[in-house]
Every structure is written in C-alpha cells, then in structure tokens.
Design a protein around this ligand. Structure first.
Ligand SMILES: Nc1ncnc2c1ncn2[C@@H]1O[C@H](COP(=O)(O)OP(=O)(O)OP(=O)(O)O)[C@@H](O)[C@H]1O
Ligand SMILES: [Mg+2]
Length: 288
C-alpha cells in the first residue's frame, strides 16, 4: 500500500489569538515529490512540524495511512516519517559516520547495536549524498553545505516512507542543489513504493523542475494554491503570495517555469530624474 501523510483542515497558533495558519490542507504520498513554498514567516516550517507530530494542532488532524499520526508509537512513526529541520545544532561532537548512523535508531535492536544492514544503509546514503569522504570528520567542523548533506544522509538512512525536508538545499552550491534534487527525484520515482517527499524550498525554479505538485502558503494564514507547477507558479498567484511583483517565463531548455522577482522601483520624485539603473554610472564619475 502507498503511504500517505495528510493534514486536514489544520490550524496552529504559537500564541492564543495569533494563528500562523487556519484550516490548511496538505498531503504527500509515496511516489511523489511535493514542494512547499511561500514567503518567510508564512508557516512552512510550522506546517512540517505539525505534519510530523512535533507540534499538536488546535484544530484539524494529521493522518498517516488514514490513521491519526498521534496513535502511532514513537519508533513505529520514525520508521514511517522522517523530518529534517531547517537548522540542526548537535549538542556534542560526533563523527560524520556517527551522525549518519543516528538515523538508524528506529531500526536497531534493544541494545542499540548497529547490524550489517544498518551499516550498509549508512554507507549507501553517504555515497548518495557524496559525503563518504567526510566519514571520519567531526560534524561540527564541516561547512554549512557539507553539514546539510550529512544530515540528509542521516534522514535517508532512517529509510522511512515519507520524508519531510525543511530547506535541505539552502546552504548548497549550485551543483549540489541539482544533485540533491535529482536524488530526491530518483528516490520518489525510480522504484516501486518510492518515497513520498514533501520539501520546503525558496528556490521556485528547482521546485518547478523537480516537484510533481506545489503547495503555496501565503501570509494570509491560508494555502493560496495547490497543484502542478503550471497552475501554481503564475505571476498573479506568486505576486499575491509574496506581496511584490514576481515574473514568470519559461526555461529555454526544460520548458519549466522560470521565476524571478522584479527589483523594487526607486521613487525618484521628479519627472526626468536619473533612472535608478544608471545611478551607478553617476556615482562613479560624472554627475555632480
Ligand atoms: N517557537 C515559536 N514561537 C512563537 N512564534 C513562532 C515560533 N516559531 C515560529 N514562529 C512564528 O510563526 C510564524 C511562522 O514561522 P515559520 O518558521 O513556520 O515560517 P516559515 O514559512 O518556515 O519561514 P522561513 O521561510 O523564514 O523559514 C512566523 O511569524 C514566526 O515568527
Ligand atoms: Mg522555515
């Protein structure tokens, strides 16, 4: 059976009377990659925390395979749903290999010893995320992007059915961003019973290229749109979500939407003032 994680009409507030979102629906099923996008503060991280059970909703519910998520035991839930937070700061020094092996804890026996299958999974996930050469390094000494790939390896080693990833590529260089999104694509689509992946990203172009569906959260406490990228990544919807002019054209090779934000126009006051994009020239030389 294909795993499905579904948030139904969920509302959440950190403080009474100040909801982050109200009556929001979101879902992800095995075999699909879903992008969760929206402006800073719209509630993407909060929604992921609600969907993995770290935050309890005030209204609505989260169902895993049709059953309330809260009815699953901790280990059982961890074997099915894995969550990669936006920021992780381990409290003590561990090697890269040890951090990746932490992902195996829901599968370990009573004495917490790593078996051959655990080590095999850890090795495979380190290779997939290109961190095996870092295996002996102290995690705390890694660069931001290296840390992010190690944490992803750890989550993958958990071998869940559903992956909830909060900005897994925010610190990665352009090559590793594509590598990781391609890996997620393969994990969801290249085998029967593939992962269900719900990924938060601010890179709308990566979301357009790799996600089967996109969820767009707005700053008005609601889900503004949900569907394939063509129906969600439109100028009117994005401009409304971000409260700023957003332009959309087509990638010349892939044909996917190509999204960018317009630079703010400078108020110049009088007609005939120097346009803002010429200001650099005047600063460097000529105008009084
Ligand atoms: N622990 C908390 N206590 C109180 N308010 C919080 C807490 N965590 C987040 N918030 C607030 O809830 C709102 C949603 O935050 P959240 O982190 O979910 O946004 P986000 O969409 O993930 O933003 P970003 O793109 O910046 O990561 C914000 O206004 C934030 O300030
Ligand atoms: Mg966030």
């Amino acid at each position: 059976m294909t795993a499905t994680l579904r948030a139904e009409s969920v509302s959440f507030a950190y403080e009474p009377g100040r909801p982050v979102f109200k009556s929001v629906d979101a879902s992800v099923s095995g075999g699909e990659t879903v992008g969760l996008v929206g402006p800073n503060g719209s509630g993407k991280s909060t929604l992921l925390r609600v969907m993995c059970g770290l935050l309890r909703t005030r209204a609505g519910g989260v169902l895993l395979n049709g059953r309330p998520l809260s009815s699953y035991g901790g280990r059982d839930r961890a074997r099915r749903v894995a969550f990669l937070p936006q920021a992780v700061n381990p409290a003590f020094a561990l090697s890269v290999f040890e951090v990746v092996c932490l992902g195996r804890y829901p599968h370990m026996g009573a004495f917490g010893a790593l078996g051959p299958r655990d080590k095999e999974a850890a090795e495979r996930c380190m290779r997939d995320t290109e961190v095996d050469h870092l295996r002996g390094r102290d995690f705390l000494t890694l660069s931001g992007g290296e840390r992010q790939r190690v944490l992803l390896a750890s989550i993958l080693a958990q071998e869940p059915e559903i992956l909830l990833l909060d900005e897994p590529t925010s610190a990665l260089d352009i090559h590793h961003q594509i590598e990781i999104f391609s890996l997620l694509d393969r994990l969801a689509h290249n085998r029967p019973g593939g992962y269900g992946i719900l990924v938060v990203t601010h890179d709308l172009n990566l979301a357009a290229r790799f996600c089967d569906r996109i969820l767009l959260l707005g700053l008005n406490q609601s889900m503004l749109a949900e569907g394939p990228h063509d129906s969600v990544l439109t100028e009117p919807l994005l401009s409304r979500a971000y409260g700023a002019p957003i332009r959309v054209s087509r990638h010349p090779e892939t044909g996917a939407p190509l999204v960018w934000a317009e630079a703010p126009r400078e108020e110049t006051g009088e007609k005939g003032d120097t346009p803002h994009n010429c200001r650099g020239a005047s600063q460097h030389g000529g105008a009084p």
